[in-house]
Design a protein around this ligand. Structure first.
Ligand code: 5GP
Ligand code: MN
Ligand code: MN
Ligand code: MN
Length: 298
């Protein structure tokens, strides 16, 4: 990595709304109206079909999943990462026609985060409980306390994901296109893969290879698909700096902020918030589909 490309933590990293007030003066956000193509993909292109935040509600989908070459799910495929939820999701993945299926975790996949498990169990053993998992919050998500405890203590959860490639701070190359996936997000509500804004998040973004073509994260970057209902911005400031100043992927796919569903661009990168569920956890939003030209010689 060139020194000039080293990203430093933004001074307003802890206040994304204020950061965006400053940063948005120097850049544009173009809203793109992306429709599901009516024609099959051309032979020199790859079709990506993106979803996110399905939260174990796939049986409630009112549409069929568009065909394509590569299916991407950007995390929050469960309510709390219970084994049965993962098995159900995996079975559904098995029914999809796409040649390659790529999945990352989100903050709801409690069983995928070893650090979360350690902290959760040590808090219980100290009889502190976890403030953020008060009965009220657990009920809000439709999970009981027992669901959470069972999910957290499921071992080797990844082995139930047999019908996809699971990425966790890792990448892969398909047909000359480099993909990379990461589940981490700025902390909120003390769920899985939470990190402090600033250095902690940036340390994960610093691991993204500079030649990544398609980046998949659970969290949005600042300014794209990250506007919460209350009017504040929840995206990661240092993820925006990383994608714009260092990695410059062609596509950045994410979810997490359900109400931010849609596609935008800064003129160079295409940002896709593929949240299937809306703010009320109803899976109303369509998959986002796009075609990528194959590189020369492939
Ligand atoms: P989830 O619990 O599925 O990860 O997120 C669901 C909703 O919680 C989002 O659509 C958004 O309204 C809210 N949310 C998630 N993360 C944040 C955050 O970091 N800040 C704020 N203000 N809201 C968030
Ligand atoms: Mn979600
Ligand atoms: Mn690059
Ligand atoms: Mn989420």
């Amino acid at each position: 990595m060139d020194n000039k490309n080293l990203i430093s933590v933004h001074p307003l990293t802890n206040d994304p709304t204020a950061a965006w007030k400053v940063i948005s003066k120097q850049q544009k956000v173009i809203k793109l109206n992306v429709k599901i193509p009516s024609k099959p993909v051309e032979s020199d292109k790859l079709r990506f079909v993106c979803m996110s935040d399905t939260h174990s509600l796939i049986r409630n989908l009112t549409y069929s999943i568009p065909e394509g070459d590569i299916f991407v799910h950007a995390g929050d495929f469960t309510k709390c990462g219970q084994k049965d939820e993962v098995i159900q999701f995996n079975e559904w993945l098995g029914t999809l026609p796409h040649k390659h299926k790529i999945v990352i975790a989100g903050n709801h996949e409690l069983s995928f985060d070893k650090k979360f498990k350690q902290e959760f169990n040590s808090a219980i053993s100290k009889r502190e409980g976890r403030q953020s998992h008060s009965e009220d919050e657990v009920k809000n998500y439709g999970n009981t306390k027992d669901d959470i405890v069972e999910a957290v203590n499921t071992e080797h959860i990844r082995k139930y994901l047999t019908n996809c490639i699971y990425l966790e701070d890792s990448g892969l190359e398909l047909y000359g296109i480099k993909l990379y996936g990461s589940p981490w997000q700025p902390e909120f509500g003390n769920w899985a893969f939470n990190l402090r804004r600033g250095e902690e998040c940036l340390s994960k973004w610093n691991a993204i290879p500079g030649d990544t073509d398609i980046l998949i994260t659970h969290t949005p970057p600042l300014g794209h698909g990250d506007l919460v209902c209350s009017g504040i911005r929840a995206g990661c400031v240092d993820l925006l700096s990383t994608v714009q100043q260092r990695v410059q992927p062609k596509y950045h796919i994410f979810g997490h902020i359900h109400e931010g569903y849609g596609v935008t661009s800064d003129g160079k990168i295409i940002f896709i918030n593929a949240s299937t569920c809306d703010i009320n956890y109803i899976p109303n939003n369509l998959p986002v589909v796009f075609d990528v030209p194959l590189k020369d010689g492939i």
